[in-house]
Design a protein around this ligand. Structure first.
Ligand code: ADP
Ligand code: MG
Ligand code: MG
Length: 933
């Protein structure tokens, strides 16, 4: 967990009195910087990295000078009814003077004005969730000066002015002021409408058709509209604009979308944002100017190639907002969508080379993939931002592996960098390629987030949330997404937009979450109000099914089948090797069939932690053994039962043998029959009749016998070892099947390693009883097969709290323990696992429990039982083997816990094996880190 910020603010309560804060402002520029990359908590990610790029001796990159107001000021601001600490204005003025000197321009000067941007930046990047105001300092008074600076380009200046008015009225005058306009009625929308009308009247196609004169008139019209709608004048004073902007950025920390993003991403609300004020550079000063966004490696698939997009004659926001389709910076960045646009490498080869070298240096300096923003003003390159680039799961894994090979990072860093959730993405399904070939493509867009998804379309974020709540799979379809949509994007299986590029908001956010996403799908016509999607003259309504291939950008009509690719993924395997070389915990799998066992081996499972014999009575091919089992259950005499058991024996042996064989050389924990027998009694009349006939008894007699098996609380009834106590022959048959199967395999030259596990044990005498049977059968089988030894173990499951308490006695007989944490949680809490639905959500909502204890081990209580069990168990038997076989065995936090309490292995479902391996490796690294401190 992140450490809470310790505020150096003296007055932490809202007294109304102002206090001073030391160093509220950090300067950067001209090859120097007060701050550096390590100061993210104070300067925010953006401010810290700007300082690093500007001032670090190995970098000294072309960064427009500026300064950052710290997050402490933000904290102060919120603790003092939105007031600034004493002396801040003075500090800002001084820093601004430094910038003015470097730039040889003056803020608010009519002859040679300095313009700035006011930018937000939290400790952790929150793309697009907070506000930025550009062109601050542009007023009626400074307009002539800027025209002069631009070489007489009045059109550019009025365009900058109208942008400022639009942004400022939206961000500062409306949002920060807490005004909540109704849908489509926001001031920005209203101004855009006016602009649209002008374009229509004049017959213009794009914004760039607007002339200087058009724009000048537009600015006046904007101002009038603002006055009318917001009852306030647009501030035409530079310092008013500056402080308005600073206040608005601070206010945007508590904006609705920033708050919901923080909730989703678990970012503490008390962190606050920093504000960076920076000299404006203009990518929209003509065709020798441009702006762009790039990644030092492809964030979509991890390939180690420079990747990015740019727009000629545009201001930064245009790229991110997805208004125009950006061009590719180089051949590699070309896609179906932008392949006809000219690359930056072609149009500005010298600048491209400079940018290419800078990105190389940045990646080397940071030892990680960087996401960079740049602007070219009249043929000069400026760096506006760099940060560790968000990436999806497949890209994260690939980069980790590649960077290790390139020696950019070591194995430990590689293992730390991939989160379990990212690894999980690799294990997610893709659209079955065979089905794709067979289906006609409906539309094509940019592959912003890979993997496949199929779902019903909805047209608003709210609908996505609502439908998802009803357990529906939805695809959120939007013209383009904006930061207000985050919750809906989160709820959706996938996101599909008509506009926007690979660096658009939708793409960025989806990538961070590893969500399937297609953007810039130009063929889509989205009728938001009507909740309709029109493609190629065809109309799709809310609730219609679409399938997306986010890896290729393909959109299909209907519901296509999905499939798994993870098994043959070489990079995944290489990454797991890295994890294997670090982790201490063994990772086994829970598998009930030879097929499951085979798949788990492909994922690198190091044995089976739980093989449930009863599973051969469910599902495929279970008819015959199930029928025999039923005969056994309904038997009245030991003799009848013995006969049924003899019939059952070959089936049990066959399955156990197949599994031992698939896991050759690795341990297989075979659990003896666990569920209450009543569970297997048929319910349908036809089955009952057949059973009665076969047993040669009447239907009444059968009902009577079945009735006798009925229990009030079957989960705490006649089950597990209790069956073996009352029917020793049932245990004996199973144990014999295990040893016979192993013996046959040994004869075939194999290396079986069964571990016989007794379930639902609460006392050592139960184990003594079952051990006697095991020992007897073992000796008989050795004789029968003329073997000296069959490698095996006898042990128990710890799933009853009492068993954990008397573990020191149990381990006199048991050579291994396996914690059955599902039941241990159930019985430890007294929560029936099948009935938690009615109250657990309230427990979590009210904060009584932090999480569902059936998903992540309750470390405080159940975890304590586990610790006691291990400690006591090992006090009797030093080399006691300890594992876990509950659902928790594949949950990252629980895996970490298992590592710290000294288990030998965890066991989980086959698909979670890779995640468990990663979590086990990360636990080692965490332990190392803690020791180093
Ligand atoms: P975000 O955190 O949402 O990315 P930024 O602060 O990076 O917001 O600003 C958004 C865009 O505004 C950036 O893409 C950048 O290109 C542009 N921008 C910000 N500051 C400047 C500046 N000083 N000069 C030119 N463009 C700028
Ligand atoms: Mg940015
Ligand atoms: Mg159990």
């Amino acid at each position: 967990m992140a450490k809470r910020n310790v505020y150096p603010v003296r007055n932490t309560r809202a007294t109304g009195k102002k206090s001073k804060i030391s160093n509220g402002v950090y300067f950067f520029g001209g090859g120097k910087a007060d701050g550096n990359e390590s100061m993210k908590n104070l300067l925010g990610g953006k401010g810290a990295n700007l300082a690093e790029m500007a001032g670090h001796k190995d970098l000294k990159l072309p960064v427009p000078p500026g300064f950052t107001i710290t997050t402490d000021v933000c904290t102060y601001y919120y603790q003092h009814k939105r007031a600034y600490p004493q002396g801040l204005k003075e500090e800002v003025r001084k820093a601004l003077e430094k910038v003015e000197k470097l730039m040889a321009r003056k803020f608010g000067d009519s002859n040679n004005p300095l313009l700035v941007s006011v930018r937000s930046g939290a400790r952790r990047s929150m793309p697009g969730m907070m506000e930025t105001v550009l062109n601050v300092g542009l007023t009626e008074k400074t307009i002539p000066g800027l025209i002069k600076q631009s070489g007489g380009n009045a059109r550019f200046v009025y365009d900058a002015y109208r942008r400022l008015i639009m942004m400022y009225s939206d961000v500062v005058m409306e949002k920060a002021a807490g005004i909540e306009p109704k849908d489509e009625q926001g001031i920005r929308k209203q101004l855009e409408k006016i602009m649209g009308q002008v374009k229509k009247e004049k017959g213009y196609k794009t914004d760039t058709d607007l002339t200087a004169d058009d724009l000048k008139k537009l600015c006046s019209a904007f101002k009038a509209k603002i006055k009318e709608a917001l009852k306030k004048e647009f501030p035409d004073e530079p310092y008013d604009q500056l402080w308005g902007g600073i206040g608005a950025v601070f206010a945007s920390w508590q904006g609705k979308r920033a708050v919901s993003y923080r909730k989703i991403e678990n970012i503490p609300h008390e962190w606050g944002t920093a504000v960076t004020v920076q000299t404006m550079v203009f990518g929209n000063m003509g065709n020798d100017s441009a702006t762009g966004v790039a990644f030092t490696r492809n964030p979509g698939n991890g390939e180690g190639k420079f990747y990015g997009e740019y727009l000629i004659n545009a201001q930064g926001e245009d790229v991110v907002a997805g208004i125009r389709t950006p061009g590719p910076i180089n051949e590699y960045s070309k896609s179906e969508h932008n392949k006809d646009l000219v690359t930056l490498e072609k149009t500005m080869p010298k600048i491209y080379k400079e940018l290419f070298d800078i990105q190389k240096r940045l990646e080397k300096h940071y030892h990680d993939m960087q996401d960079i923003e740049f602007t070219i003003e009249k043929g000069r390159l400026f760096m506006l931002q760099c940060r560790v680039g968000k990436r999806n799961g497949p890209a994260a894994v690939r980069m980790a592996v590649d960077m290790t090979i390139e020696k950019l990072i070591n194995k430990e860093t590689a293992a730390i960098r991939v989160t379990p959730a990212q690894l999980d993405e690799l294990l997610h399904p893709v659209v079955d390629p065979k089905a794709e070939v067979a289906h006609k493509l409906l539309a094509k867009g940019l592959p912003a987030g890979p993997g496949g998804a199929t779902g019903q379309i909805v047209f608003s974020a709210n609908d996505a949330v609502a439908w998802a709540k009803q357990a529906k799979k939805v695809i959120l379809v939007r013209e383009e997404t904006n930061p207000e949509d985050v919750e809906g994007m989160r709820a959706a299986e996938a996101i599909l937009t008509a506009r926007g590029g690979m660096t658009s908001h939708a793409a960025l956010v989806a990538r961070g979450w590893g969500k399937c996403c297609i953007v810039g799908c130009g063929a889509l016509h989205v009728e938001h109000a009507k909740k309709e999607l029109i493609v190629d003259g065809r109309t799709f309504k809310e609730g219609d099914w679409l399938t997306l291939n986010g890896t290729k950008g393909n959109v299909y009509e209907g519901k296509l089948p999905m499939m798994d690719v993870s098994e043959e993924n070489k990079i995944l395997m290489d990454f797991l090797k890295i994890c294997d070389s670090i982790k201490r915990l063994g990772v086994r799998t829970n598998a009930d069939t030879p097929e499951d066992a085979k798949r788990a081996r492909q994922f690198g499972a190091e044995g089976i932690g739980l093989f449930r014999t009863e599973h051969m009575f469910y599902g495929k091919g279970s008819d015959e053994p199930l029928f025999i089992l039923r005969k056994m259950i309904i038997s009245n005499t030991a003799e009848e039962r013995k006969k049924a058991l003899d019939e059952l024996f070959p089936y049990v042996k066959r399955d156990i043998k197949g599994t031992l064989e698939a896991m050759d050389g690795f341990p297989v924990v075979v659990r003896l029959l666990d569920p209450p027998l009543h569970e297997f009694v048929p319910r349908e009349k036809a089955k009952l009749e057949q059973l009665a006939r076969d047993l040669n008894i009447t239907l009444e007699e059968l009902s009577k016998r079945a009735e006798a098996l009925h229990e009030s609380n079957p989960m705490m009834g006649h089950r597990g070892v209790r069956l073996g106590i009352t029917y020793p022959e049932v245990s004996e048959m199973q144990i014999r099947a295990v040893f016979d199967a192993a013996a046959e395999l040994i004869k075939e030259g194999k290396h079986p390693y069964p571990e016989i596990m007794i379930p639902v044990v609460c006392d050592v005498k139960e184990l003594n009883d079952q051990f006697a049977i095991t020992d007897k059968v073992y000796k008989e089988v050795l004789v029968k097969y003329n073997l000296k030894k069959i490698k095996h173990m006898f042990g128990t499951m710890i799933e009853i709290p009492r068993a954990a308490i008397v573990a020191d006695k149990l381990s006199q007989v048991a050579a291994f323990f396996s914690f059955g944490t599902n039941d241990l949680t159930q019985m430890g809490f007294g929560f029936s696992r099948d009935d938690i639905g009615s109250f657990l959500p309230d427990y979590i909502k009210k904060g009584i429990l932090p999480d569902d204890p059936f998903q992540s081990i309750d470390q405080e209580g159940i975890g304590e039982l586990i610790k006691i069990g291990i400690q006591r168990g090992r006090s009797t038997r030093k080399d006691l083997e300890v594992g876990i076989c509950g659902e928790h065995g594949g949950e990252p936090r629980s895996v970490e816990f298992c590592h710290f309490v000294g288990m030998n292995y965890v066991s989980c479902s086959p698909f979670r094996v890779p995640i468990a391996k990663l979590a086990a490796a990360q636990a080692v690294l965490k332990q190392k880190n803690n020791k180093g401190r």
